[in-house]
Design a binder for this molecule. Structure first.
Ligand code: CYC
Length: 161
């Protein structure tokens, strides 16, 4: 896993250089938003179950997906879907704190598309639910932190698509 600091240092190290102006600017941007990130993560973790619940209500409930024949039908599959959304929220929060998406590649997206395809989990509906989580989260943490979280929700969506 990488974060905003190691990403900048690694790329300077590869070139055998001290951090240049643009590398310093990246670090400054990261440090300047540190408090915003920590505050958002605190709010998200205190409201995680409610965020997932509201996102499901907005995007999936009462659709064909939750009816017989749908992929969320049966308690077991419904619970698996809720659990997956909670993974996406938790790992997006980690990535937002780190300021880097690599944790998503390593711990979430690796092999996920293949798993979903082999189980018939619909990717489009999953992406829709993640987009709802993005909206619900932004309304809770505010526009600036919401935008930052949005980067990582979108990263998961494009990794799934
Ligand atoms: C931390 C990293 C991680 C991820 C991301 C993860 C995802 C993941 N989701 C799974 C299943 C599943 N995922 C869903 C999800 C959904 N179905 C829908 O219709 C909705 C659109 C959607 C929710 C938004 C469902 C229903 C299953 C069970 C499918 C089945 O067994 O038939 C499975 C198969 C094994 C299992 O059932 O537990 C994995 C591995 N597991 C992990 O360890």
């Amino acid at each position: 896993m990488q974060d905003a600091i190691t990403a900048v240092i690694n790329s300077s190290d590869v070139q055998g250089k001290y951090l240049d102006g643009s590398a310093m600017d990246k670090l400054k941007g990261y440090f300047a938003t540190g408090e915003l990130r920590v505050r958002a993560a605190t709010t998200i973790s205190a409201n995680a179950a409610a965020i997932v619940k509201e996102a499901v209500a907005k995007s999936l409930l009462y659709s064909d997906i939750t009816r017989p024949g749908g992929n969320m039908y049966t308690t077991r599959r419904y619970a698996a879907c809720i659990r997956d959304l909670d993974y996406y929220l938790r790992y997006s929060t980690y990535a937002m704190l780190a300021g880097d998406p690599s944790i998503l590649d390593e711990r979430v997206l690796n092999g996920l598309k293949e798993t979903y395809n082999s189980l018939g989990v619909p990717v489009a509906a999953t992406v829709q639910a993640i987009q709802s989580m993005k909206e619900v989260t932004a309304s809770l943490v505010g526009a600036d932190a919401g935008k930052e979280m949005g980067v990582y929700f979108d990263y998961i969506c494009s990794g799934l698509s």
